[in-house]
Design a protein around this ligand. Structure first.
Ligand code: ZN
Length: 163
């Protein structure tokens, strides 16, 4: 069966950056399943898989624009330590939930500490990164009515929740 809208696609994949470092993976024992055509995976990968057949393997390289977007230096800010109401010592790499001017919650990472100055970065960690996927399409099936209503795949590799 071919990958198409309204179908559930089960994948094994390895995601690497340009240096070959593994960023994420799913294998046949713990695969990843998604509902195709609902923008639930990054757009460039969804496009590359469209029309492919179960059993196919693909190598997909995605520029940032087709993945997590370009980095924006406007999303990097220097703030005072007193802005953090945590008892734990601050460390580079720590993530916090922050609220922007519109009230939306997003996640920021500490990227630099110097004296009382803390540099926080609200870019997605993979923004600006070219992604290399090795993908194997393990299975393709028609989505159930329930999955179409929920907008996501159920079962192995998909969502598990009581209804
Ligand atoms: Zn559901």
């Amino acid at each position: 069966m071919q990958v198409a809208d309204q179908r559930v696609v089960t994948l094994a994949y390895t995601l690497r950056d340009a240096e070959g470092q593994v960023l994420d993976q799913a294998d046949a024992r713990e695969p990843f399943a998604y509902l195709h055509g609902r923008k639930s995976i990054i757009p460039g990968l969804e496009r590359a898989l469209d029309g492919a057949n179960a059993g196919e393997k693909q190598q997909v390289t995605l520029e940032p624009a087709d993945a997590y977007g370009e980095r924006s230096e406007q999303l990097v800010q220097v703030v005072g330590r007193d802005r953090f109401d945590t008892q734990a010592p601050l460390e580079v790499g720590m993530e916090f939930q922050a609220r922007n001017a519109e009230g939306a919650v997003h996640s920021v990472r500490i990227t630099r500490l110097e004296g009382d100055e803390v540099t926080v970065d609200a870019n997605h960690p993979l923004a600006g990164v070219t992604l290399h996927f090795d993908v194997e399409i393990l299975a393709v099936r028609e989505a159930t009515e329930e999955e179409l209503t929920h907008g996501h795949a159920h079962g192995a590799g998909g969502h598990h929740h009581p209804h």
